[in-house]
Ligand binder design. Structure first.
Ligand SMILES: Nc1ncnc2c1ncn2[C@@H]1O[C@H](COP(=O)(O)OP(=O)(O)O)[C@@H](O)[C@H]1O
Ligand SMILES: [Mg+2]
Length: 355
């Protein structure tokens, strides 16, 4: 395999003009650095500009403004087949009349590769993906998951510098989706190929990525590792989009370096700051449901919801006019509070993230 390539997006913009002559800013001047061999997911709600960004990288869509670099090259003037990328589509896009072998071999034949090389490369991919037994089948004789594997094999056999995926698992059922995403990650690590993966499924993004890029309204809200995004969201949109978040009002009491004492409804906590604040500033804090400690005697609250889930217990409690969600792990042997009971709670200082 060739060496993986980096991808740089610089001030990339795509503005569509609709048939009614309205302007739609699909991608709003974004910058992004993707390292060689990195698995990067673009995640965001429907219509936020993920597909348009991917299509500009692939060359299916021309930017209104800005640059796309693949490796060291500005690829603006290059057609899709000259960009050293390969795309895996949601709807597989296989040739229905060709068997698996011929589907995978197609791109190499178009490139007029020697017959022996085509055979070797297709065979190698079939073996790596454990698909030798399917080689003679046509798409209609295969399940959706199997067809998606062929679609991935067909992209991989071209040995591109960058692999692009647009919601490749959306047509599969939940269990198969999990199996296939693990498989995609395994193969990506084996091959070491730079991969850009579009999804609207946050769990999928968390499970598969080195880096998650959260998009909203054509903008990048945050790019970081799954841990950074989850533990240190930069704003409420990201906090709410990834996982569940309690977002509460608080005040800065005192500041020392990058630490501060904050007051959350009268109780003081010492926390880390990502931005600079002054005493008396009003702030918002993000606390994940697992960052709430049941039994800590900071607040006395009413239980509004109590659900036993086996591996954890889910509560919602009334907290100064809001509902705070709590996820308590390993409830075996622990006291369980029922709806309508009161209980003590507090927050884990390390789990308080000041926005
Ligand atoms: N060819 C087009 N003409 C006009 N508007 C478009 C076109 N393609 C996409 N859009 C608009 O651009 C925005 C982003 O679309 P898209 O990139 O497909 O989002 P996503 O993949 O995140 O769901 C949407 O508002 C969509 O309606
Ligand atoms: Mg899309």
């Amino acid at each position: 395999m060739k060496s993986p390539k980096r991808v740089l997006l610089r001030n990339l913009n795509k503005t569509f003009i609709t048939s009614e002559n309205n302007q739609v800013v699909a991608v709003n001047n974004i910058d992004l650095d993707i390292l060689p061999g990195e698995f990067v997911t673009m995640l965001g709600p429907s219509g936020c500009g993920k597909t348009t960004t991917l299509r500009m990288i692939a060359g299916f869509e021309m930017p209104t403004e800005g640059e796309v670099f693949i490796g060291e090259e500005d690829v603006a003037s290059k057609s899709p087949d000259k960009r050293d990328t390969a795309m895996v589509f949601q709807n597989y896009a296989l040739f229905p009349h060709m068997n698996v072998y011929d589907n995978i071999a197609y791109g190499l034949k178009i490139q007029k590769r020697p017959k022996q090389e085509v055979q070797e490369r297709v065979q190698r991919i079939l073996t790596m993906m454990k698909m030798e037994d399917f080689a003679k089948r046509v798409p209609a004789q295969m399940s959706g998951g199997q067809q998606q594997r062929v679609s991935l094999a067909r992209a991989l056999v071209m040995e591109p510098g960058v692999l692009l995926f647009d919601e490749p698992l959306s047509n599969l059922d939940a269990k198969l989706r999990i199996h296939m995403r693990d498989e995609i990650r395994r193969i990506q690590k084996t091959v070491g190929i730079t991969s850009i993966y579009v999804t609207h499924d946050q769990e999928e993004a968390m499970a598969i990525s080195d880096k998650v890029v959260i998009m909203n309204n054509g903008n990048i809200e945050q790019a970081g590792s799954p841990q950074e995004i989850y533990q240190h969201p930069v704003n409420e949109f990201v906090a709410n989009f990834i996982g569940r978040a309690n977002i509460l009002d608080a005040q800065i009491v005192s500041v020392e370096g990058n630490k501060a004492v904050i007051s959350v409804y009268g109780i003081h906590y010492t926390v880390n700051l990502q931005k600079s604040y002054q005493p008396k500033d009003e702030v918002r804090v993000v606390i994940r449901p697992e960052g709430v400690i049941v039994g800590k005697e900071d607040y006395l609250v009413n239980v509004a919801k109590s659900i036993y889930m086996g591996n954890n217990h889910e509560y919602a409690v009334e907290f100064f006019g809001k509902l705070v969600e709590i996820s308590e792990s390993n409830p075996a042997g622990k006291r369980i509070y029922q709806t309508g009971e009161s209980m003590n709670i507090g927050f884990d200082e390390d789990a308080i993230h000041v926005l």
